[in-house]
Design a protein around this ligand. Sequence first.
Ligand code: NAG
Length: 223
Amino acid sequence: MQTRRSSLSGVCYLTMGLIVLLLGLVFASMYVYRYFFITQFPQLPRESVFHCGVLYEDSLYSPFKGQLELHEDVKIYIEENYEQINVPVPQFGGSDPADIIHDFQRGLTAYHDIALDKCYVIELNTTIVMPPRNLWELLVNVKKGTYLPQTYIIQEEMIVTEHVSDMEQLGSFIYRLCSGKETYRLKRRTARRRINRREAGNCNHIRHFENTFVVETVICKKL
Ligand SMILES: *[C@@H]1O[C@H](CO)[C@@H](O)[C@H](O)[C@H]1NC(C)=O
């Protein structure tokens, strides 16, 4: 009787020990899984917002030569593969506030010039605009302080061409930005000559960045 009871309780202890051991293994493997798979491959956020500012050397207009600062908000949608940039009224007086969308899926860029309340659409230039994933990495590094933005400006000239009436062909992101606004296509001006004074009155300027440098997009009406 005595030995039977002790062997029974021995089996109980053994089972309990095994259960504790198994639970321990389960928790340990969950921890290892989380440590290796979640910290090694961090989940990219679906939507990230960055408030950015850069200092740049303004070499375009001699009277304004010197250091200027440009601020903008950048929203990056990695899954949908597009970027939205909001440029508030800038420090540089000659430039317009704007909302810009770079849609990498459609290969299109849209500028909404807020001062004119007009939209302009052109093919996305991938040598100027970083794709969402790369831009996200750049801005994360800027935030961490590993890369200090102190940069330069380049200029691109566009000519307004035809009016866009079928807005839906521009994809849903640009459609959302531009619907209800007068929308035109742009063509890049290839000629190297400088804009003359008569033409300059027909041009609007938008300064923005989506790379390591600032871009001034000059949008000119045909004379
Ligand atoms: C993209 O921009 C660069 C720099 O302004 C320019 O040299 C190039 O011709 C552009 N490419 C297209 C396809 O517009």
